[in-house]
Write a protein that binds this ligand. Structure first.
Ligand SMILES: Nc1ncnc2c1ncn2[C@@H]1O[C@H](COP(=O)(O)OP(=O)(O)O)[C@@H](O)[C@H]1O
Ligand SMILES: [Mg+2]
Length: 259
């Protein structure tokens, strides 16, 4: 085995053992003009944790996620991923509500876009096929995005994000456009790949039930601060309609609705 092959094998081993990245935020502020959306956020997210961020529309959830993903700079404060303040962008991937697929590329080619480590063409194709199978889309490689349902398109977007073996995967209302049953299927899929791969997950959602179903920890954002930081210490897989889950959901909704 030559050195490059060995490096790759080691890299893959590390990815399979699934070390998620830590995220550390200190004194994060973000201002747009005179409007200070985030007013001092301090957070420690341990490796592999599943965090949900909830809050009213416009409270700064997407802003916070963009900062963590390195797509935007804070007005003040520091963010480190795995202790690195500047070099984390290739360990983080962000998924949106719209799947953002390239319509002129087949499904498999859309996933290959996410394969950042350039390997041979055959290897790339094989990796893309593998990851498509992991999201339940084996056999759909040659389809065009246009023939897929909304849920299937989101699966392709998830496969594309997973293809780069992110150590932190951030989701901005990823399931907001899906119907109720497809949503539940996608929640189960996200939970399963998170458990298999061990990445750190941060999901912004307006759906408190979804947050309680998925997360180890729920952050309620309000007035530019983390207003609540709630541990969800329930066994997985979680049964929908569980009374303990309902109690947590009730507490969070009370906080969101008080004004
Ligand atoms: N690029 C921007 N320029 C100016 N204002 C922005 C920008 N991005 C977000 N905002 C404002 O910041 C606030 C928070 O936005 P956002 O983070 O998208 O909220 P959320 O995702 O919680 O609904 C809103 O008032 C929004 O209008
Ligand atoms: Mg948003």
């Amino acid at each position: 085995m030559n050195v490059t092959v060995l490096d790759r094998a080691v890299a893959r081993e590390t990815r399979v053992s699934g070390a998620g990245a830590t995220a550390t935020l200190r004194g994060i502020r973000k201002r747009f003009g005179t409007h200070e959306v985030l007013q001092g956020i301090d957070l420690d997210i341990p490796a592999g944790q599943f965090v949900a961020i909830v809050g009213r529309s416009g409270c700064g959830k997407s802003t916070l996620l963009r900062l963590i993903a390195g797509l935007d700079q804070p007005s003040a404060g520091r963010i480190a991923v795995d202790g690195q303040e500047n070099a984390w962008k290739d360990v983080v991937r962000l998924m949106f509500q719209e799947p953002r697929l390239l319509p002129w590329q087949r499904v498999v080619a859309n996933v290959e876009v996410g394969l950042t480590h350039a390997e041979s063409r055959t290897e790339r194709r094989r990796e893309a096929q593998d990851v498509l199978a992991q999201v339940g889309l084996a056999g759909r490689e040659r389809d065009w995005p246009a023939v897929l349902s909304g849920g299937q398109k989101q699966r392709v977007a998830l496969a594309r994000a997973l293809a780069s073996h992110p150590r932190l995967l951030a989701f901005d209302e990823p399931l907001g456009a899906l119907d109720a049953l497809t949503r539940i299927e996608m929640q189960d899929l996200i939970e399963r790949v998170w458990q298999e791969k061990g990445f750190t997950a941060i999901v912004v959602t307006h759906d408190v039930t979804e947050a309680v179903a998925l997360a180890d920890r729920i952050l309620v954002l309000d007035g530019g601060h983390v207003a609540m930081d709630v541990a969800v210490d329930l066994p997985r897989p979680r049964r929908r309609g569980d009374p303990q889950a309902a109690a947590i959901e009730g507490r969070i909704l009370d906080r969101l609705l008080q004004r």
